[in-house]
Design a protein around this ligand. Structure first.
Ligand code: GLY
Length: 582
């Protein structure tokens, strides 16, 4: 106990050498003012925060017309698939964390893609059993999992929505028919991915009309997407999972030149979304709740925060290198557990409860009590308790930053926290019927075993690849107080955890918290966001023993704080998002 108290005093910055304290105090204001002068939005009744103004406005219109958060979710997602096609869409999957104001119940819905029934653990290996090069696996049909987003939208709407389905599909049909102006971000990412996008004719024709990369401001129409949505509007999810659209998806996947995939009509016809219990971890006086397996999101965010419970972060500030040592090493320890234990728990026994057991995290948190970066040999998986233990080897899977997150609070206090993806930017690069197909299967480990011991996140037929998506709702005194999530591959976990620390511990408002420069550590190297105050912490972090790497860290944190006197919204300045409401 005494040791812990001493470390807490050290951690509190009381013993920081004068010079280090100077760094902390001079960097802290810049960290809080963030990357931009984007202002927090405040409203009284409802709010929608999404990655593109068209999508936020579609959600706004639905709620203004009397719809609820689930209704708005449908409109937002279908518009995002049009205006931000690189990040999410009906060819992909999503996780929804939902809070029902009337019952006070929180639940989650899993619309994650599944591996085809004919997929084998060696899906991403060559004839010699060696893993394929990452992008050789991504581009083409092999990486395409059975999409889940349409069923997620349709079935949760049938259960929880209030407006007619067709009315919610209509805004995206109209925008696809009339056209929308290509945004600077879309133009930039199309131009940057020219070689891969040009590999397939349909994709090439859409993103490079007349052979030229789509310019900013170009009025882009997508009549094929409008036709697909019209069918879904009239016939529901079956129009997507059976019939002509399903046939077109399967044909596109199986005939992908150079890298065909295994998806079949039966995979689409048999696809099911799953309602799963919410996973909540304790953090100070809060409960941080989110998506459990097959996502590693809520568990890893919860582990990071849970290990920090005994450290007095609230008395430090965002410029304090010691705060970042604690956060960085808590994250490294959490990622060690993630790599060993986390995968689709329908297929692999997992110590889900043990991983966020407060007693386990308290013990693991004691590893952070020093004043230097943890040596590599100390960053190994822990031993959480579990009912059905299994010997597992450490994972090896790459996740690229893409994806989109939106947060919605409706006029009755219902909440949607949804993270949605087609995996890497533009997914598999295959396009059919006006939408891109995901490459979600490359979120699996390409290797199946290590030294004869199986890897939890290996490919198996029908299994869902492990995700990092972390749609989150935070509760205090059993009432929701923060809604947040982000894109960013496996860095999503760090983006969400640090934005929560900024808001809950350091008193930043939600806009400041999502704008705060990033410092992210997953596997040892500290990633520092280039061109920001985070770079100023580099010497101190290197003196503690970290390797550092300065780079762009393009989160897309979209958050809402539910305060006593209304709602406060923050949209990440690194993307094109917008908070709107009334
Ligand atoms: N493909 C991004 C994720 O699921 O984490």
């Amino acid at each position: 106990m005494k040791r812990l108290w001493i470390s807490a005093v050290l951690a509190a910055g009381l013993a920081l050498p004068a010079q280090a304290q100077d760094v902390a105090d001079s960097v802290a204001p810049e960290m809080a003012s963030g990357n931009s002068d984007k202002k927090m939005v405040t409203t009284e009744k409802f709010m929608v925060v999404a990655a593109n103004p068209h999508a936020s406005e579609a959600g706004f219109d639905v709620i203004k017309a009397g719809g609820n958060a689930i209704d708005a979710m449908v409109a937002v997602q279908l518009v995002l698939g049009l205006v931000e096609p690189q990040s999410s869409g009906i060819g992909g999957g999503a996780f929804l964390v939902y809070y029902d104001a009337q019952t006070g119940r929180m639940t989650t819905f899993d619309g994650r893609e599944t591996a085809p029934a004919s997929a084998t653990p060696e899906l991403f290996q060559n004839e010699d059993g060696e893993p394929l090069k990452f992008f050789d696996a991504v581009v083409g049909g092999r990486s395409v999992g059975t999409p889940g987003t349409v069923k997620l939208l349709y079935e949760t709407h049938a259960k929880l929505g209030s407006m007619p389905w067709a009315d919610l599909v209509a805004p995206a049909i109209k925008l696809a028919t009339d056209g929308f102006e290509v945004s600077p971000r879309l133009a930039k990412v199309v131009n940057g991915d020219q070689k891969r996008l040009s590999r397939f004719e349909t994709t090439r024709n859409y993103f490079f009309p007349d052979g030229k990369s789509l310019p900013v401001g170009h009025l882009l129409k997508n009549p094929e997407y409008a036709a697909t949505l019209k069918a879904i509007s009239e016939k529901g999810a079956d129009a997507f999972y059976k019939g002509d659209i399903a046939k077109a998806i399967v044909k596109t996947v199986q005939n992908a030149e150079g890298n065909p995939g295994k998806l079949e009509l039966a995979d689409l016809a048999n696809y099911k979304i799953k309602e799963r219990p919410v996973v909540c971890a304790e953090y100070r006086s809060y409960e941080v709740c989110g998506m459990g397996p097959p996502s590693s999101g809520a568990l890893t965010v919860g582990q990071i925060l849970g290990q920090l419970n005994d450290y007095d972060l609230p008395s430090m500030n965002a410029g304090d290198p010691n705060a970042w040592r604690l956060i960085g090493d808590a994250s490294r320890l959490a990622f060690a557990d993630r790599g060993r234990y986390m995968a689709d728990s329908d297929y692999v026994p997992m110590p889900t409860r043990g991983l966020i057991d407060p007693a386990y995290l308290k013990e693991r948190g004691k590893l952070l009590s020093g004043d230097k970066a943890l040596p590599k040999d100390k960053v190994v998986p822990g031993n959480p308790t579990w009912e059905h233990a299994m010997l597992l080897a450490d994972d090896e899977s790459i996740e690229l930053p893409s994806t989109s997150h939106f947060s919605i609070v409706d006029a009755n206090g219902n909440i949607v926290s949804m993270t949605t993806t087609i995996e890497s930017g533009f997914g598999s690069r295959l396009m059919t019927n006006g939408f891109l197909l995901n490459n979600e299967l490359t979120d699996f480990s390409f290797r199946t075993h290590r030294d004869g011991v199986p890897i939890a996140n290996r490919v198996e037929p029908g299994k869902r690849p492990r995700s990092s998506m972390s749609p989150t709702i935070v509760k205090k005194d059993n009432k929701p107080v923060v809604v947040i999530g982000s894109p960013g591959g496996s860095r999503i976990i760090g983006y969400v955890a640090t934005a929560l620390i900024a808001n809950l511990d350091w008193g930043m408002n939600i806009q400041e918290a999502v704008s705060m420069p990033h410092l992210i550590n997953r596997f040892g190297t500290y990633d520092l966001e280039e061109g920001t105050a985070a770079e100023k912490l580099q010497p101190a972090l290197e003196a503690m023993g970290y390797k550092t790497n300065t780079r762009a860290l393009t989160s897309g944190l979209h958050g809402i704080v539910i305060a006593d006197d209304g709602l406060q919204g923050g949209a990440d300045p690194r993307r094109e998002g917008l908070a709107v409401g009334e």
